[in-house]
Design a protein around this ligand. Structure first.
Ligand SMILES: Nc1ncnc2c1ncn2[C@@H]1O[C@H](COP(=O)(O)OP(=O)(O)OP(=O)(O)O)[C@@H](O)[C@H]1O
Ligand SMILES: [Mg+2]
Length: 511
């Protein structure tokens, strides 16, 4: 090839015990280009990145950066070679302030002293410059939303003025507007001569960004394609090695009685006068930008936050939710967005995690039937294509997307009346997404109701019966898929228009 490689990975092999994570994986990022890396959950993408980063060491193979070739690298060497990483797991120290986290390891000093003032000023300037974001720079990392933490990580990497930048699923925590910003930034970085390796499960992003994309399957590079001349469906097929059709399987389900009724729910400064109804057999989508109140509304329904006024009925019974435990006991199933910290236990096995929520179902006279437990979990693992060496494997050893699937499976395995799903498909590959949509369709066919909060508008349009859009704490629009498109939803979410379903006022006397 005539072009110069900024990063060249050749014939990497890597095993974790009995698991083969990489089996002869190669990849070449030409200088000044954006190179995509795609593959199913567990294909080996993060492992490849971690080997370049010096976090893991390959069993064999070579890595060339800036025309120097290495069999193994240390994190320090890689940084000195001008490579920066935005990893899939957020790694910023939670107890640091925004400014401290940005300059951690590269503190600004005045003589021998730490120059806090300047760090704060610089942090403000950088965040505003790159993301048009006004974050309180004295806030703690743990107080930030996942989107804000992600932005912080990216800014931190840019601060080191890298030549090569590696992103492992940078957009999963971001909403549409922020994704657009991110893509603009990444393109701008390419113009400035940076070389970029970009992992994403969002094929639209790959399409709009990448000059070339390497497809990884079972630890091996199976194709390099130019997204401009290959369709998303083609890339998806290369990833999963079969046709991906009918992305949004949907069964016709008769709607029944209301299962969840929310009336006049308000929480000061978050959301106002929310009426919401979920009927048996119904999938309702909910969306809104950061700050729209959608997250908080769902958290209230989870029992994680409390409303100031309004009422909530489940199956005709009034409820006062004070905790997720109560919510679950009342028949709600929740899949929180921050599943790593709220949904699952990394130090327990896949089996234990899957059975944790549904424990009651397997106990007879208080004794757990291990066999039933195991059978059900194996069934779920198959259904969601959870890739693990065995049901006994620790969750922390699974790839990011497979951990997401376990968190989801844990709740879907439990019979509930109403399912509240916060971003159910974040980080999940295209094949597994279809399986999750199929599961959701089955839940409502079996008589449940599902509320899906998602920033992925095509997903909401594909699976919902109805979509509610929140803007500044109020329901600004109600849409039926089939009669609207993503642009209309976005226009509503940004406050450009309001919309209601003409004629059929599902919410009674809202004014
Ligand atoms: N520390 C580890 N110990 C044991 N197995 C591991 C470890 N890290 C990764 N693996 C295994 O290696 C394989 C590849 O995982 P990797 O995280 O690279 O996948 P990925 O392509 O990044 O997937 P995802 O899209 O879900 O993030 C998986 O089967 C995973 O379970
Ligand atoms: Mg990964």
């Amino acid at each position: 090839m005539a072009t110069v490689a900024a990063l060249h990975v050749e014939h990497l092999h890597k095993r974790f015990g009995a698991t083969v994570a990489l089996a002869d994986a190669s990849l070449r990022v030409a200088r000044g280009t954006i190179h995509g890396l795609v593959g199913e959950n567990g294909a080996g993408k993060s492992t490849l990145i971690k080997i370049i980063a010096g976090i893991h060491q390959a069993d064999s193979g070579r890595i060339s950066i800036a025309e120097q070739s290495f069999a193994r690298l240390t994190p320090r060497q890689v940084e000195a070679l001008g490579v920066q990483f935005i990893h899939q797991e957020r790694l910023l120290p939670a107890s640091f302030t925004v400014a401290e986290a940005l300059f951690f390891g590269h503190e600004l000093r005045r003589g021998p002293w730490l120059d806090r003032r300047r760090q704060q000023r610089e942090a403000e300037r950088l965040l505003a410059e790159y993301f048009a974001l006004q974050l309180p720079v004295t806030a703690l990392v743990r107080e930030l939303s996942s989107a804000e933490q992600q932005v912080l990580q990216i800014t931190r990497a840019l601060l080191r003025k890298p030549r090569v930048l590696v992103f492992d699923e940078p957009s999963v925590a971001l909403v549409k507007q922020e994704v657009t910003q991110l893509l603009t930034i990444v393109k701008r970085l390419r113009e400035q001569g940076l070389s970029i390796l970009y992992i994403s499960h969002y094929l639209q992003e790959i399409h709009s960004l990448c000059d070339e994309v390497t497809v990884l399957r079972n630890g091996r590079d199976v194709a390099v394609v130019e997204p401009r001349s290959a369709s998303g469906a083609e890339i998806a097929r290369l990833m999963v090695n079969r046709e991906v059709q009918d992305m949004y399987p949907k069964a016709r389900v008769e709607l029944g009685a209301p299962l969840l009724q929310v009336r006049g729910l308000s929480m000061a400064g978050r959301y106002r006068n929310i009426d919401l109804e979920l009927r048996r057999g119904e999938i309702v989508g909910l969306t809104g930008l950061v700050g729209s109140g959608a997250k908080e509304l769902v958290k209230t329904l989870f029992g994680l936050m409390r409303a100031d006024s309004g009422s909530l009925q489940l199956n005709g019974r009034y409820l006062q939710l004070r905790s997720p435990v109560q919510a679950v006991a009342a028949g709600l199933a929740l899949v929180p967005e921050d599943r790593r910290s709220q949904g699952i236990s990394p130090q327990l096995s896949v089996l234990e995690n899957l059975t944790l929520a549904g424990l009651g179902q397997f106990s007879r006279w208080g004794i757990l039937s291990r066999r039933q437990e195991q059978a059900q979990s194996l069934h779920l693992m198959g259904e969601l294509a959870i890739k693990a060496s065995s049901p006994q494997a620790l969750l922390s050893q699974l790839s990011g997307g497979n951990q997401q699937k376990v968190a989801l499976g844990k709740w879907l395995s439990r019979r509930s009346t109403v399912y509240l799903l916060d971003e159910p498909c974040v980080g999940v590959d295209v094949g597994a997404k279809v399986e999750i949509y199929r599961l959701i369709a089955r839940l409502v066919a079996d008589g449940a109701a599902v509320l899906v909060l998602s920033a992925d508008l095509p997903e909401l349009l594909g699976i919902s019966d109805r979509i509610l859009v929140l803007y500044r704490g109020e329901i600004a629009g109600e849409f039926r898929p089939g009669t609207c498109d993503a642009d209309q939803l976005l226009a509503c979410a940004t406050g450009a228009v309001t919309a209601s379903l003409g004629g059929e006022d599902a919410y009674g006397s809202r004014n």
